[in-house]
Design a protein around this ligand. Structure first.
Ligand SMILES: Nc1nc2c(c(=O)[nH]1)N[C@H]1C(S)=C(S)[C@@H](COP(=O)(O)OP(=O)(O)OC[C@H]3O[C@@H](n4cnc5c(=O)[nH]c(N)nc54)[C@H](O)[C@@H]3O)O[C@H]1N2
Ligand SMILES: Nc1nc2c(c(=O)[nH]1)N[C@H]1C(S)=C(S)[C@@H](COP(=O)(O)OP(=O)(O)OC[C@H]3O[C@@H](n4cnc5c(=O)[nH]c(N)nc54)[C@H](O)[C@@H]3O)O[C@H]1N2
Ligand code: SF4
Ligand SMILES: [Mo]
Length: 717
C-alpha cells in the first residue's frame, strides 16, 4: 500500500464533522492515558460535544501535566474506522471455510458462558487461562479469579520486564514496578544500559532524565547503536552486542579493586561481599576489553565517575530486558552494581515507592483454584513469580492439554511473542474456547472463536490509577464519549459474563462508577470531586529515602541485600552472575537489533490515523559500509530473511552511521498481516516474524530476542 496515500479525516480541520475550535462550548473529561503503560493523567476536551483534543492534567505529578505524541494522538484510537464494531462468532460455512459472523451481545455472551461452563463441568474452572495486558485487564482478572481460575500470564513478564524484576528481587527482595522507582531527577550520574530513553518514550523518565541533564549530571550510555541518549552522553560505550555482563563485572572489579565502593552501606546492608570480591577478581578491564571492545581506560574512568557521584548514581535497570536468555543474571549484575554504589534507597538512586492506601471494594473471597499457572511451568522457571505466557500456550496444545479455554485481553500474541505462531495455531486447534477482547481487528482476533469488541479507554471507566511511586496519587479514567458502534466497556463485559456464570455476588454494582465512588469516599474524596480534578494527590506517610545509618530489613531470605544468592545456588544456578559469550552472526548475516520509536507503542498504534500520519512505517537502519557493499540506497525497499527461511514484508532502508556494520535495526510494531487494518496492513516489517531463534531464561522463562540474524534481500520491482 502507498503509505502516503491515506489522509486521516481527523486531520482535515474544518470539515463538517470537526468544527474549528474556538467558537463553542468547551467541556473536559478526565482520564489517564492508555496509549502506553505509563498512565499519564489527561483531559479529553470537546467543543460543542465534538472530540477536540487530549491535554495533560497539570496537577499530575507523575506526568507534570505533559503528554507525549502518542498521548495527544489518543483521539485517533477513538476515531479509527477499522475498530471492532460488533461481537463476532466463528462459523464454518457450507464449503467448510471458516469466517466470522456478526452477532448480538446476547448471543456472544451466552455462547462464551455456555462453553466456559462446559469446560468447568468436564475439567474444572481452573482449566481456563487468561492472557492479558493493560490496565483494563483488571476486570477480567477479577472475573477469572471469581470463577476459580488461577492461571494468567502477561507479556509484560516473559517478553519484557520479568528478568529485571526477578534479578532485583533476588538481590534487594523487591522489584522495580511500573513506573520504575528511578530517582533520575536527583541523579548526578546515570548509566543507561540499552535503555534508549528518548526513543522509549515513557514520559516521566524522559522528563527526569532531561532534568538531570540540565543539572549537568554525567550520562553514560552503553549501547552498540548510537541511540538518542548516546548522542547526549558524556560517555558512549559502543559495546559488542550481548557482552554487557562482562562490562558490569569489570565495573564491579574496578570499584572493589580501587576501594571505590560504599563500604559502610555494604557492611550495614549486604551479605556475600567476600564471595563477590573473589568472583569479580577475574574480570579485569583488560580481559573484558577483549569481549566488549570497550577500552580498559574507559572502563576505569566510567567506574570512577559512578563512584564519584554515588550514592546519587543510578545504573538504570532498563525495562525490556529479555535479550540473550541470561537476562536475570544481567539484571542481577545491574542490581549488585547499584548496591556497591549504595544507590538503592538513596536520593538520586532508587527511591522507596508509596501508593495510596485505597481500600478494596468489599466482595466475597475468591475460591481457591485447583491449579495455577505454576502447573503450566512444571519444574521449569523456579523464579517465575508470574505466569510465563509461552508456557501457558504450550500447555494448551493437544488432547491432554491442561488448558481447555482462553480469554485473551489486550495483547496481540502473534506479534508479541516471537516464534509462537505455530504453537498458537496448534493451541487454537485444541482449545475448546478462545475468546478475544480487543478494540481493533488485530492478528490475535483471527485465532478467536468469539471476538468481543471493547470500547476504547476514552469511552469507559476503569480502576483508579494508584501506582507506587514518588508521590502517592489517584487518577480517574471515565468515559468522555459514548462507546462507538456496538462496543462495550470491559467492566460491563466481565459483569455480563459473571452473571451468566452464576457469579452475581462478585458483581454487585450496576455501573462501575459505584465502585470508584465507594473507594474514593474511603479516602476523603468522591467521584464528583474527581470528575472535576481528575487527580488527587496525597502526602507521603514515610520517607522516600533511607535516613543515615537507618536499620533496614530487606525482603530477601537473609533480610539483607544478597550479593551472593544462596537461593540461586540452592536451585543449581550461578549464585553470582557469570559471563558467557553470545553467538555471532554467521557469514553474510546481520544481527537483528530492534527497539521503540517515539510515535508508536508496539503494534497497537500503527493503524491510529493520527499517529500513522506522523510515522507511517518503520525503516531498516543500515551502516553505510553495508549499503555500499550491497548497493543499497536510502529509501529503497528491501526484505529480510532469517536462517529458517522466513522472509519479512518489505521495509525501507535508512543508511546511517548510527548502526554497526554487523547489525541492522528496526522499530517493533509494524508489518501487520491483518487485512482489516486498512492503514497499516503490510506496511513496514515485523521483527517478531524473523525471531525464530529464541533464548529462554532458565530462571524465569523470559524470551531472549536478541540472538537473531538476518540477511538483506534486495527487492526486485
Ligand atoms: N515510544 C514508545 N516508548 C515506549 C514503548 C513503546 O512501545 N513506544 N514501550 C515501552 C515498554 S513496554 C518498554 S518495555 C520500554 C522498552 O525500552 P527499553 O527498556 O529502553 O528497551 P531495551 O530493549 O532495553 O533497549 C533498546 C536499546 O537496546 C540497544 N541494544 C541492543 N542490543 C544491545 C546489547 O547487547 N547491549 C546493550 N547495552 N544495548 C543493546 C538497542 O540498540 C536499543 O537502543 O519502552 C517503553 N517506552
Ligand atoms: N518482537 C518483539 N516482540 C516484543 C517486543 C519487541 O520489541 N519486539 N516488545 C515486548 C514488550 S516490551 C512488551 S511490553 C510486549 C507488549 O505486547 P502487547 O501488549 O501484546 O502489545 P501490542 O502489540 O501493542 O498489543 C496490544 C493489543 O491490545 C489491544 N488493545 C489496545 N487497547 C485496548 C483496550 O483498551 N482494550 C482491549 N481489550 N484491547 C486493547 C490492541 O489492539 C492489541 O491487540 O511485547 C513484547 N514483544
Ligand atoms: S507516556 Fe505518552 S502514551 Fe504513555 S501514558 Fe503518557 S502520554 Fe500516554
Ligand atoms: Mo515492555
Amino acid at each position: 500500500m502507498g503509505a502516503g496515500a491515506v489522509v486521516s479525516p481527523l486531520l482535515l480541520g474544518g470539515c463538517s464533522a470537526h468544527p474549528l475550535p474556538g467558537e463553542g462550548k468547551v467541556s473536559r473529561t478526565p482520564t489517564y492515558c492508555d496509549m502506553c503503560f505509563w498512565k499519564c493523567a489527561a483531559f479529553v476536551e470537546q467543543e460543542n460535544g465534538q472530540a477536540w483534543k487530549v491535554t495533560g492534567n497539570d496537577t499530575d505529578l507523575h506526568s507534570e501535566g505533559r503528554l507525549c505524541t502518542r498521548g495527544t494522538g489518543g483521539l485517533g484510537s477513538y476515531e479509527d474506522r477499522d475498530r471492532l464494531k460488533k461481537p463476532l462468532l466463528r462459523v464454518t460455512g457450507a464449503d467448510g471455510r471458516q469466517t466470522f459472523r456478526e452477532v448480538s451481545w446476547e448471543e456472544a455472551l451466552d455462547f462464551v458462558a455456555k462453553r466456559l461452563q462446559s469446560i468447568a463441568a468436564d475439567y474444572g474452572p481452573d482449566r481456563t487461562a487468561l492472557l492479558n495486558h493493560g490496565s483494563g485487564a483488571n476486570h477480567f482478572k477479577h472475573l477469572m479469579r471469581a470463577y476459580g481460575s488461577g492461571s494468567n500470564a502477561e507479556p509484560a513478564f516473559a517478553q519484557c520486564r520479568g528478568p529485571r524484576d526477578v534479578g532485583f528481587e533476588l538481590t534487594f527482595g523487591e522489584g522495580l514496578g511500573s513506573p520504575e522507582r528511578t530517582d533520575m531527577e536527583h541523579s548526578r550520574c546515570i548509566v543507561l544500559i540499552g535503555s534508549h530513553i528518548g526513543e522509549n518514550l515513557h514520559n516521566g523518565q524522559v522528563q527526569t532524565l532531561a532534568a538531570a541533564m540540565r543539572r549537568d549530571a554525567t550520562l553514560i550510555t552503553v549501547d552498540p547503536r548510537f541511540s538518542v541518549p548516546a548522542g547526549k552522553s558524556k560517555y558512549w560505550l559502543p559495546i559488542e552486542p550481548g557482552t554487557d555482563i562482562a562490562l558490569l563485572l569489570a565495573w564491579m572489579h574496578v570499584l572493589i579493586d580501587e576501594n571505590l565502593y560504599d563500604k559502610d552501606y555494604i557492611e550495614r546492608y549486604a551479605t556475600g561481599f567476600d564471595q563477590l570480591a573473589e568472583h569479580v577478581a577475574r574480570y579485569s578491564p583488560e580481559w573484558v576489553y577483549l569481549e566488549t571492545g570497550i577500552e580498559p581506560r574507559l572502563i576505569r574512568t566510567t567506574a570512577r565517575e559512578m563512584a564519584a557521584s554515588a550514592p546519587a548514581t543510578l545504573v538504570h535497570p532498563g525495562r525490556h530486558t529479555v535479550w540473550y536468555g541470561d537476562d536475570t543474571q544481567r539484571s542481577r549484575a545491574i542490581a549488585i552494581l547499584n548496591a556497591l554504589l549504595g544507590s538503592w534507597g538513596h536520593k538520586g538512586g532508587l527511591y522507596i515507592k508509596e501508593s495510596v492506601q485505597l481500600p478494596k471494594y468489599p466482595l466475597p473471597d475468591y475460591p481457591k483454584p485447583k491449579t495455577t499457572f505454576r502447573t503450566a511451568h512444571g519444574d521449569r522457571y523456579p523464579f517465575a513469580n508470574e505466569g510465563v505466557s509461552n508456557a501457558l500456550i504450550e500447555a494448551s496444545i493437544g488432547p491432554d492439554a491442561h488448558y481447555k479455554g482462553w480469554l485473551v485481553y489486550g495483547t496481540n500474541l502473534p506479534m508479541t511473542i516471537p516464534g509462537i505462531r505455530p504453537q498458537l495455531k496448534a493451541a487454537m486447534d485444541s482449545l475448546e474456547l478462545v475468546v478475544v477482547v480487543d478494540t481493533m481487528p488485530m492478528e490475535i482476533t483471527g485465532y478467536a472463536d468469539v471476538v468481543l469488541p471493547e470500547c476504547t479507554y476514552l469511552e469507559r471507566y476503569d480502576d483508579l490509577r494508584n501506582a507506587g511511586e514518588r508521590h502517592p496519587s489517584l487518577a480517574l479514567r471515565m468515559p468522555a464519549f459514548e462507546p462507538r458502534f456496538d462496543s462495550k466497556p470491559g467492566w460491563w463485559i466481565a459483569k455480563q459474563l459473571g452473571q451468566r456464570l452464576g457469579l452475581d455476588k462478585y458483581f454487585p454494582w450496576e455501573d462501575y462508577a459505584e465502585v470508584i465512588d465507594w473507594q474514593l469516599k474511603q479516602v476523603g474524596s468522591s467521584l464528583e470531586e474527581m470528575k472535576k480534578t481528575g487527580i488527587k494527590n496525597f502526602p507521603r506517610t514515610r520517607p522516600r529515602y533511607f535516613s543515615p545509618g537507618q536499620a533496614v530489613h530487606f525482603y530477601t531470605p537473609s533480610g539483607k541485600i544478597e550479593l551472593y544468592s544462596q537461593q540461586l545456588a540452592d536451585k543449581g544456578f550461578d549464585p553470582m552472575p557469570e559471563y558467557t559469550r553470545p553467538e555471532q552472526p554467521p557469514e553474510g548475516f546481520y544481527r537483528l537489533n530492534y527497539g521503540r520509536m517515539p510515535a508508536h507503542t508496539f503494534g497497537k498504534t500503527t493503524n491510529n490515523p493520527l499517529l500513522f500520519q506522523l510515522a507511517p512505517e518503520n525503516t531498516l537502519w543500515v551502516n553505510p559500509l553495508v549499503a555500499n557493499e550491497k548497493g543499497l540506497t536510502n529509501g529503497e525497499y528491501v526484505r529480510l530473511a532469517n536462517p529458517d527461511g522466513i522472509v519479512s514484508n518489505r521495509i525501507r532502508v535508512r543508511v546511517t552511521e548510527r548502526i554497526r556494520p554487523d547489525s541492522v535495526f528496526m522499530a517493533h510494531g509494524f508489518g501487520h498481516r491483518s487485512r482489516r487494518l486498512h492503514l497499516t496492513h503490510e506496511v513496514g516489517a515485523d521483527d517478531s516474524e524473523l525471531m525464530t531463534n529464541v533464548k529462554v531464561d532458565p530462571l524465569m522463562g523470559g524470551t531472549g530476542m536478541r540472538g537473531n540474524f538476518v540477511t538483506i534481500v534486495k527487492e526486485t520491482v
